[in-house]
Design a protein around this ligand. Structure first.
Ligand code: ZN
Length: 431
């Protein structure tokens, strides 16, 4: 897949790439949602009105020139007035996304504003969220109530009984904000189905942000033998697969694979995970990083896990919708649901927020062959294993178990397999 290049790619191509991604992720319907980009000269490129979002092509995108003339085969989106209103009041915003993603719509119909303090990067990427009262779709009134919220400094707004609109300094920024906000709402909703979501304080989020990055020294020269390149390809494929399967979002997720000895390859921060390419991945050799590249901020944790656990050869750190319900509540994920879950995962302990910061020992003292995964409160899930595909499978099994538990919560009390049945599993599969 082509990389989303906001500097050199035509706005038409950026818009079609992102609308396709939003549609395939189940975050808009065929008819709903619209996206725009503003050019330096004030022209606005926008999705057309009433054209199938599943098959949109670059030639369908409409340009509304600064003087109001329209260039294109279709009419611009009926919601064009609020896109224009946002650009007029916030000059630094260069891309706008509007859609009706299910979790955000849930909040908009019970008239609640999501508290983004649920996970650190939701607060950092989305900030606080504005709230625009209901107004007729396509009307100038709707443009006004939305612009009022953007004027207050919000870059993400809930539209009452409608959906959401977010702005960004470019299309990558806008999309990350959009996807992260929907993820934040899902986490709040699924957490509420099993318990009471707990939120981080602003101080905790600041503490997370102000961690001093332990940047490894750079190596002087770097080599990329075939086995190293094969690992890059494996990591890229599993990251894309995790995004496609709803097991990773743009703004969060780290994958590493042991290479030789305690050397390994690891994903970088900042790159949109679904857009990651082989050359984004960073080699870590003899405690040094590949020149000119910045590895994940959790590199220290990965390094220590590899040093202390010779049989662990791959690690995935990510956020998945249903496991996060167990990360933000006091509820315990019980893996004694079906035999597969218990065999793959045994127990998944919860670790306190901050236990993955550099220098902390709690996770290192917990991860072992018997405890391959942990849930980090208000942050993520960490899964370890031998081969990368096997580690990914464990992540899938954990997420499926969590999903069944969240869905089952409204039906009745979980009846786990009993101790004798667990003992039988231990004898047959683990001894
Ligand atoms: Zn709409």
């Amino acid at each position: 897949m082509r990389k989303l290049d906001t500097k050199l790619m035509h706005p038409r191509d950026q818009i079609t790439m992102i609308i396709d991604k939003i549609y395939r992720s189940g975050l808009t319907t065929t008819s709903g949602g619209n996206i725009s980009i503003i050019d330096e000269n004030g022209d606005i490129w926008v999705t057309p009105s009433a054209i199938d979002k599943g098959t949109l092509r670059a030639s369908d995108i409409v340009r509304v020139c600064k003087d109001g003339t329209i260039d294109g085969r279709h009419k611009p989106s009926s919601e064009f007035p609020f896109h224009k209103a946002i650009y007029e009041c916030r000059p630094e915003i260069k891309a706008v996304i509007h859609a009706h993603p299910p979790a955000l719509v849930s909040l908009s119909i019970v008239r609640q504003i999501p508290n983004t303090n649920i996970i650190p990067q939701a607060k950092n990427i989305c900030g606080d969220i504005g709230y625009a009262p209901y107004a007729l779709p396509g009307s100038d009134d709707l443009g006004d109530v939305i612009a009022d919220e953007f004027k207050k400094g919000f870059s993400g707004v809930i539209m009452e009984n409608h959906g959401t609109v977010v702005g960004g300094t470019d299309m990558i920024d806008a999309y990350q904000r959009f996807e992260t906000l929907e993820f934040c709402c899902r986490t709040i909703i699924y957490g509420s189905q099993i318990g009471t979501p707990k939120y981080l304080t602003d101080e905790q989020i600041e503490e997370f942000e102000s961690q001093i990055p332990r940047l490894l020294p750079e190596m002087e020269t770097v080599e990329h033998p075939s086995d190293e390149r094969a690992i890059r390809e494996d990591i890229k494929k599993i990251v894309h697969r995790a995004c496609d399967q709803g097991l990773m979002i743009s703004s969060y997720g780290t994958v590493s694979v042991r290479w030789r000895g305690d050397d390994f390859l690891i994903t970088p921060p900042q790159v949109s995970r679904w857009d990651m390419q082989n050359d984004d991945i960073v080699q870590i050799k003899d405690g040094k990083r590949e020149p000119g590249k910045v590895p994940s901020r959790s590199t220290w944790l990965h390094q220590e896990i590899y040093k202390r656990n010779p049989s662990i050869n791959s690690i995935i750190l990510t956020q998945t919708p249903y496991l996060m319900a167990y990360s933000v509540t006091d509820e315990k994920l019980d893996v004694r649901t079906i035999p597969e879950s218990w065999i793959f995962l045994q127990d998944i302990p919860n670790m306190p927020f901050g236990s993955h910061f550099a220098g902390e020992e709690a996770i290192l003292n917990t991860i072992s062959n018997d405890t391959p995964a942990v849930i980090i409160n208000n942050d993520s899930v960490l899964v370890t294993g031998d081969k990368l595909l096997g580690t990914f499978d464990k992540l899938e099994v954990a997420e499926f178990s969590a999903k069944s538990l969240v869905m089952g919560a409204s039906l009745g009390k979980l009846v786990p397999i009993n101790d004798d049945q667990v003992e039988d599993l231990r004898k047959k599969f683990l001894s």
